[in-house]
Design a protein around this ligand. Structure first.
Ligand SMILES: Cc1cc2nc3c(=O)[nH]c(=O)nc-3n(C[C@H](O)[C@H](O)[C@H](O)COP(=O)(O)OP(=O)(O)OC[C@H]3O[C@@H](n4cnc5c(N)ncnc54)[C@H](O)[C@@H]3O)c2cc1C
Length: 385
């Protein structure tokens, strides 16, 4: 990684946020320059995509499902080109299932009663999904290894400062500044309502940005003390009560044997409106509902569980509603590109990678496949925990 630069240094690129999107851009740009600053408010790179230790082994921080779609292939090929590794595995035909009237049935949609976060949940209900040769937590680790610039943890960007329709500097932690020729924002677009200079966004656009509906992902990872099911299908569970909490989606990982015992992990998620993220009653009621639905479908699944983890990920989803120029920059601030997932037409991992790809193309770079593409398995990579 590059040497620490002087205080007056001007970077070619300042990337704000080191999640999947920011790291993909950082690693791709590293093919052309090392004069890059990667600013991250947290302690470590990776954002939501990191490894966690579970009794069944190392796994992703919550569910990671990728539907087998054309956009997913395109997005993952971009990642394969950056890493020089095969990531796309075989397609798995396992249509989603639901539990109703005491039995498992194919999930055929919500009919006339879709949940308010239907668009977010829809991503998880494809008939075919992709097996991944490398897990998402390993992607972010490997992308970070390819990054040649300067990583700045605990650097929360609190303001963009501009002059003549160009961002000149960002303010970090409300105190120091960092200058660059180009800025790429990969955080939550909602925050732009606060971060952008007064004259960069019309008052209506600013209001729209903060008034938009954003969703918080609420996830539950469970380690069961026996094998609950062999089905790889996504479960969409709702139940009999049409309450405002709505359905959840989740699936079981293959069981592992530990001594005499079998252990199986399952990962579940639902969404709540971002505004109620801090309301512990809403969070508790949603988690209770997830558990109730699991228990209804598999009455013994939650008996003597080994471990459970809860993940609350605010503003993970929602439509950015931010008007960008054709080149993904912000009109009125020509050197500020938006790499945030929520401005992309695709969602989740696919959206993060697609937006990173669009920004890289807009900056005038092409990431071609390396001559040698190797096969590596996640198990061969030492996870940083
Ligand atoms: C529990 C859970 C389950 C999920 N399941 C799936 C799934 O099954 N399939 C799927 O495709 N996707 C899934 N997703 C979504 C997927 O993980 C995300 O869409 C993707 O990781 C987004 O990457 P990102 O880089 O846009 O954002 P993030 O990973 O959130 O990274 C953004 C980074 O920017 C930093 N940052 C933000 N603002 C600032 C600032 N002002 N200054 C400095 N740093 C800043 C943050 O600290 C963070 O590190 C899931 C997400 C969660 C949380």
């Amino acid at each position: 990684m590059a040497q620490k630069r002087s205080q007056n240094h001007v970077y070619d690129y300042a990337i704000i946020g080191s999640g999947l999107s920011g790291l993909s851009i950082a690693a791709a740009l590293s093919r052309f320059t090392d004069n890059i600053a990667l600013l991250e408010s947290g302690d470590v790179p990776g954002g939501m995509n990191r490894a966690i230790k579970f009794p069944t082994g190392i796994m992703n921080n919550g569910l990671r499902y990728v539907p087998d779609t054309e956009s997913a292939h395109k997005a993952l090929e971009f990642l394969e080109n950056i890493l020089g590794l095969k990531i796309i595995g075989e397609s798995v035909e396992a249509p989603p299932i639901t539990f109703a009237s005491g039995t498992f049935k194919p999930f055929v949609g919500f009919g006339d009663n879709p949940p308010p976060f239907y668009e977010e949940l829809n991503y998880f209900t494809a008939n075919k999904s992709l097996n991944l040769k490398l897990e998402p937590y390993a992607w972010t680790q490997l992308l970070f290894e390819k990054f040649k610039g300067e990583f700045m943890p605990r650097s929360y960007v609190t303001k963009f400062n501009s002059l003549n329709e160009q961002v000149t500097q960002v303010t970090i932690n409300g105190a120091k500044t960092l200058a660059a020729h180009n800025f790429i924002f990969c955080g939550s677009v909602k925050d732009l309502a606060l971060l952008l200079p007064e004259d960069a966004l019309a008052p209506r656009a600013r209001q729209k940005l903060s008034k938009n509906v954003y969703w918080t992902a609420l996830c539950l990872d469970v380690c069961h003390s026996h094998e609950v099911t062999e089905t790889p299908s996504m479960h969409v569970l709702n139940g009999t009560t049409d309450d405002e909490i709505g359905p959840c989606a989740g699936r079981f990982m293959p069981a592992i044997t530990e001594g005499e015992q079998k252990l199986q992990a399952s990962q579940w998620m639902t969404f709540i409106e971002e505004e109620v993220t801090e309301d512990s009653e809403v969070v508790a009621a949603s988690l209770k509902k997830i558990k109730r639905q699991i228990k209804r479908a598999y009455p013994e699944a939650l008996e003597s569980i080994k471990l459970e983890r809860i993940i609350v990920a605010p503003q993970i989803a929602g439509n950015g509603e931010l008007k960008l120029s054709g080149n993904q920059s912000l009109p009125g601030l020509q050197n500020l590109w938006i790499g945030s997932t929520s401005v992309n037409a695709q969602k989740n991992i696919v959206g993060a990678l697609s937006q990173a790809q669009m920004v890289i193309a807009a900056l005038g770079f092409e990431i071609t496949a390396p001559e040698f593409v190797s096969e590596t398995e996640t198990t061969e990579i030492e996870p940083s925990l």
